[in-house]
Design a protein around this ligand. Structure first.
Ligand code: GLC
Length: 416
């Protein structure tokens, strides 16, 4: 990475001095690197391997000029992929018995997470490091496995979206979108217990042992499906695959069928319908990653909401929950804080669509948040006060955003 335009020049105290961000990012990543060949999200709070974290780490390593570590990170991620393609969301490398009773298996968990490996592999290729065919095949099998999941009994195109079997699979486990599944309403202790119960109700495939459905949690989240579709699109940059191409089209149609004019974003499909599926959370805006028309009304509307201080916008990045929602709490885990991996994805979407001003906004806000929070897991979108683990590896995405300038980004027709 080079020191890019976002390094502070000393006139804005909320931005880091030139070089600081890069050296801090490298120090955090180095300190979190494990001999097995992956990066822990945090040594204190998250000392194992997590699926979507590892994909973001691979992107960071590639940006730091370490493609070998990026590839190793993805190899370890797929090391325990099941024969049917299932990729576990966690691998307990150094403590294989940990939670073995809970998951009913040692070493790995029994659910998955957003399949960001399509993006990680495409990003490596864009940086001139074409990934080995074996890794591409594993990623393809991982995505196909998700497409193999039984669908909810809903008419197409919504019925073609991929269901998750547990809130943990979305990566956003305490999101207010799941509040209707917490009897008595959301409360930290009740929801903690309920999440455990929701693992017990997952049904696994008898022959492969991989998760199939969860009758107690039947949901097709708009955000999760946007990520599956985006990763399919990214992998299609590396390999031809009819099934992924078809899913990409159907998922776009499915997500747009979930669009709600009054809310200004997509709702989630759930069976039976649950009210909290309509809470405006920022992950519901991830469909921007697969939008095709930079100047379309919906694209412009979503970018405007992300940046507007009355909606999601904040000086340290988009809040996780719309500010007008009753559940909005800027300090609480998944209930309003700003998350660096999501800011990075919106930045990526903005660049892809040629929306330069938006891309610059996401970069500056995420860099400010990472810097003020000490590279936290997430932070207050207004003040940058840290939330969760500090430091956390994926905050290093901010350094990657700092290192890129936007000269190669085509300006969109409808740029504002
Ligand atoms: C938390 C987050 C999840 C992340 C994990 C490791 O559980 O909710 O998205 O993967 O921490 O960072």
């Amino acid at each position: 990475m080079t020191t890019g335009q976002w390094a502070g020049d000393g006139t804005d105290e909320t931005l880091p001095a030139p070089g600081d961000l890069q050296s801090r990012a490298r120090a955090v990543m180095d300190a979190h690197w494990q001999a097995e060949g992956f990066t822990v999200p945090s040594t204190a709070v998250y000392p194992h391997q997590w699926l979507w974290d590892s994909c973001f780490h691979a992107v960071i390593w590639a940006g730091l000029g370490e493609p070998d570590r990026a590839l190793l990170e993805l190899e370890t991620l797929f090391a325990h992929q099941a024969d049917d393609g299932f990729v576990p969301h966690m691998t307990y490398w150094r403590d294989p018995q940990r939670h073995a009773g809970f998951w009913g298996r040692p070493l790995v968990s029994g659910i998955t997470q957003p399949p960001m490996y399509g993006h990680a592999l495409a990003e490596l290729a864009r940086r001139g490091h074409r990934p080995p065919g074996e890794l591409v095949e594993r990623a393809r099998a991982g995505l196909h496995h998700l497409l193999d999941r039984p669908r909810l009994d809903l008419p197409p195109p919504v019925g073609e979206l991929v269901p998750v079997v547990h809130p943990w699979e979305t990566g956003c486990d305490n999101s207010p979108r799941w509040d209707s599944w917490c009897p008595g309403g959301f409360a930290l202790d009740r929801w903690y217990e309920r999440k455990g119960d929701l693992v017990a109700s997952i049904e696994y495939d008898r022959s492969t042992g991989s998760p199939r459905v969860n009758p107690a949690f039947a949901v097709c989240p708009a955000g999760f499906n946007a990520l599956v579709a985006f990763n399919a699109a990214e992998l299609l940059e590396l390999v031809d695959d009819q099934r992924l191409a078809m899913f990409l089209d159907r998922a776009k149609a499915g997500i747009s069928a979930l669009w709600d004019d009054d809310l200004g974003c997509a709702v989630d499909a759930s069976l039976p319908w649950r009210e909290s599926s309509e809470v405006r959370t920022v992950d519901a805006l991830l469909e921007l990653l697969v939008h095709d028309h930079p100047g379309s009304r919906i694209t412009s509307h979503l970018f405007a909401q992300l940046r507007h201080p009355g909606c999601f916008g904040g000086p340290c990045g988009p809040a996780g929950v719309h500010r007008q929602e009753a559940a909005f709490d800027p300090r609480a885990y998944w209930r309003g804080g700003a998350w660096p991996q999501l800011a990075y994805l919106f930045w990526f979407a903005a660049r892809r669509l040629g929306r330069r001003a938006a891309a610059r906004w996401f970069a500056a806000a995420c860099i400010r948040g990472a810097y003020l929070s000490g590279f936290a897991e997430y932070w207050d979108p207004d003040t940058g006060a840290p939330g969760g683990a500090v430091p956390q590896s994926w905050a290093a995405l901010a350094a990657l955003m700092a290192g890129e300038d936007d000269e190669d980004v085509p300006a969109a027709g409808a740029e504002r």
